[in-house]
Design a protein around this ligand. Structure first.
Ligand code: KIV
Ligand code: NA
Length: 264
């Protein structure tokens, strides 16, 4: 099985097969996720929180995200590796978006980029696509717009559904190869998925999308604090790591580690 490419994701949708995406920020996890066949690895700007310790995604910079994207892209053999364009690195103009995306393609060697926004980002999407850069659009709740949207809240309820639907069509028409839907009602996400030709990827968007994505620390239990309602927790890595770190510290304090078998 060769490299996953954007046309394989389109093929999955056309054939009614779901595909999978997880966030990924380093070589160790890229090896695991790639080996089990996760189709798309997203070097998300969620790295702001899980890697860099910021309170939200806004502070993370291109300089901070590029090395993480490079690590994942160098490691994955099969998965399509995609990077988020950070807040402030593309909204200014299509040329700014192009210059930033080129850095991710050249310096990190990712295969696609993702940016947040609907109809208003159509010029940016068109510019990237014209330059040969595959773009995934992220609509619905867009964390980089947290302050404009008034906090973390579901988008597209009631009359607001029309706007999200219009955004979905606008980004497809601009050339996006996929549309990520975050925190929108399941029936709206299913309708968008049905109406669009390109695949949809959901997070907090129900079961009707063509793919799902989660932040891996959320899904596998390495996030401290309250989990979003849409996360299913598949493991409790936090407990595993806590016990391992405690056992190591205790062994060092008592002189149990290193033992004779670890000693030259
Ligand atoms: O940054 C990120 O991790 C994301 C996903 C949650 C979709 O954009
Ligand atoms: Na993101």
């Amino acid at each position: 099985t060769g490299r996953v490419r954007t046309h394989h994701l389109q093929q999955a949708k056309d054939q009614g097969r779901k595909f999978t995406m997880l966030t990924c920020y380093d070589a160790s996890t890229a090896t695991v996720f790639d080996t089990v066949g996760i189709d798309v690895l997203l070097v998300g700007d969620s790295a702001a929180g899980v890697v860099y310790g910021y309170r939200n995604s806004l502070p993370v910079t291109v300089e901070e995200l590029l090395p993480l994207a490079g690590a994942v892209a160098r490691t994955a053999r099969r998965a399509l590796v995609m990077a988020d364009l950070p807040f402030g690195s593309y909204q200014g103009s299509p040329e700014q978006a192009y210059a930033t995306a080129v850095r991710f393609m050249k310096e990190a060697q990712v295969a696609a980029v993702k940016l947040e926004g609907g109809a208003q980002m159509a010029p940016q999407i068109q510019r990237l696509v014209a330059g040969g850069i595959p773009v995934c659009a992220h609509i619905g709740f867009t964390p980089q717009h947290e302050h404009a949207l008034g906090g973390y809240r579901v988008q597209g309820r009631g009359a607001d559904a029309e706007q999200v639907l219009a955004d979905a069509h606008a980004v497809q028409d601009a050339g996006a190869f996929a549309v990520l839907l975050e925190m929108v009602p399941a029936d709206l996400a299913a309708q968008i998925t049905h109406e669009l030709n390109v695949p949809t990827i959901g997070i907090g968007a129900g079961t009707g999308t063509d793919a799902q994505v989660l932040v891996w620390q959320d899904a596998f239990g390495l996030t401290s604090g309250r989990l979003p309602h849409f996360v299913k927790q598949y493991a409790d890595l936090s407990t595993v790591l806590t016990q391992a770190a405690r056992a190591y510290a205790a062994d060092v304090h008592t002189g149990v580690f290193p033992g004779p078998e670890h000693t030259f």
